[in-house]
Write a new protein. Structure first.
Length: 312
């Protein structure tokens, strides 16, 4: 049975591998089969393994927990085809159906802006310096041949001196109809752009006002960020971009960084409280984290819920 495992980072496909040897460990440790360089991930976070034709997943007593289809894992659980496993900012889809052809010849997307390093032990071995497949002489000959080929291609596509310059083609009746059709579309687009710009300005103002309340409202940063995203979405298709575009992107980055910093400090305080056996203090901190990101489907909210369930 072919078992394919697809990894996603922030909902974007990062890596696709096949389960070989019947077992795959995932975590920050260098002895894991898949190494995820992320402080939120435990040294040995989870394991996917096959026994008697059945694929299982188990949480290896990780700090932030492992979830199967949204439910926290406490024991080894068998997986169905296309089961969804999530942990920290990552998601895994396990395909256990060998006849499922949907995985073939699909390119892996690059994750723009993500700084998490996800490598396998095979990648580490392959990255070690070894003997080059070509000698220095062969590389020089190949480079010269490529240069000659490039020159020939340039000469082939250069226009000849005797080529006659063609004047503009006469306008036909169909061209006139097409012109007026495009003109009408352009006017409608301008009207839509005006509405979208007004909407973007409104969302942007709401976000700025919400940020002023960040000292009294836990969810102010999160709500402001939602308004900024909506403003950006309203003008995403506009070309050229209005001046507000240059203000939105830095504001989004600054608000995200501010929210991440607050959440990181709260998580660290909660972990220290757990280590000091201050369960009540840790629970209050996790409740504050949930208030800051009230989206119950988010991994941050679910991680806080998982830690509180362990403390109670």
């Amino acid at each position: 049975m072919s078992i394919r495992i697809i990894f996603y980072v922030n909902e974007k496909k990062e890596r696709e591998v096949e389960l070989t040897g019947g077992r795959m460990t995932i975590g920050r440790g260098t002895d894991c089969h898949l190494i995820v360089n992320d402080p939120m991930v435990s040294s040995h976070h989870l394991t996917i393994f096959e026994t008697d034709g059945t694929v299982y997943v188990q949480d290896d007593n990780s700090v932030n927990g492992t979830f199967l289809n949204g439910e926290a894992l406490s024991t080894s659980v068998p997986l169905r085809n296309k089961a969804e496993i999530s942990f920290c900012n990552y998601k895994i889809i396990v395909h256990t159906d060998a006849s499922d052809g949907s995985l073939e010849n699909k390119p892996v997307e690059e994750v723009g802006g993500n700084k998490t390093m996800m490598i396998s032990r095979e990648d580490v071995e392959a990255a070690r310096p070894g003997k080059l497949p070509f000698t220095g002489k062969q590389m020089i000959i190949g480079g010269v041949a490529a240069g000659v080929l490039l020159i020939l291609l340039i000469l082939l596509f250069l226009p000849s001196e005797g080529a006659k310059k063609k004047g503009p083609a006469p306008m036909r009746a169909g061209m006139m109809n097409t012109y007026f059709l495009k003109l009408g579309q352009q006017v409608r687009t301008q009207i839509d752009d005006r509405k979208n710009l007004e909407q973007a300005n409104s969302y942007y103002s709401l976000g700025k006002e919400k940020l002023k309340m960040s000292k009294v409202n836990h969810d102010a940063d999160f709500t402001a960020l939602l308004y900024f995203y909506r403003a950006k979405g309203s003008i995403m298709e506009m070309n050229p971009k209005p001046p507000i575009w240059d203000e939105l992107n830095p504001q989004i980055a600054q608000t995200e960084q501010q929210l991440k910093k607050k959440l990181k400090e709260l998580f660290q305080q909660a972990w220290l409280a757990e280590n000091d056996n201050d369960k009540e203090g840790a629970v209050r901190l996790y409740e504050t984290i949930q208030a800051m990101v009230p989206d119950e489907s988010s991994l941050i909210y679910r991680t806080a819920s998982f830690r509180m369930a362990k403390l109670r």
